[in-house]
Write a protein that binds this ligand. Structure first.
Ligand code: 5GP
Length: 116
């Protein structure tokens, strides 16, 4: 059984956060340290530590991440200009919270995807 992270407490509303969307499968809240004018984390409500732990059972929840990302991007007014969706996995990516999460980042030009 994987160890819970702070994101489980956010999902259960046991600690404060700026939740902007929640349903039976996913929760979206603003990143505590935003890297752009819009920086939202969209997470499955069930604990999946990394993308390496994904199974077919998770497909509905993980698909929902994209539906919700598109909805939030429209609401934030960044859909047409564009934005970036990022999901880090393990050490080389810099993953810090081991409950998978999609970063929705936008509101300014983001530059090249990969640092050289
Ligand atoms: P990672 O590096 O794991 O892909 O991203 C983790 C993200 O979670 C970081 O952008 C970090 O700012 C954010 N974060 C970490 N702890 C909290 C928290 O307690 N509340 C919120 N809203 N965001 C957090």
């Amino acid at each position: 059984m994987a160890e819970e992270t702070i994101f489980s407490k956010i999902i259960r509303r046991e600690i404060p956060s700026d939740i902007i969307y929640q349903d039976d499968l996913v929760t979206a809240f603003r990143d505590i340290s935003p890297q752009a004018p819009t920086h939202v984390l969209i997470v499955p409500n069930v604990l999946i530590p990394t993308v390496n732990d994904v199974t077919a059972d998770h497909e509905l929840a993980l698909g929902r991440l994209f539906t919700v990302a598109a909805k939030i991007a429209k609401e934030e007014g960044i859909a047409e200009d564009g934005y970036r969706l990022i999901m880090n996995c393990n050490r080389h990516s810099g993953q810090e919270v081991f409950h998978i999460h999609m970063h929705l980042v936008g509101g300014r030009p983001l530059g090249p995807l990969l640092a050289k």
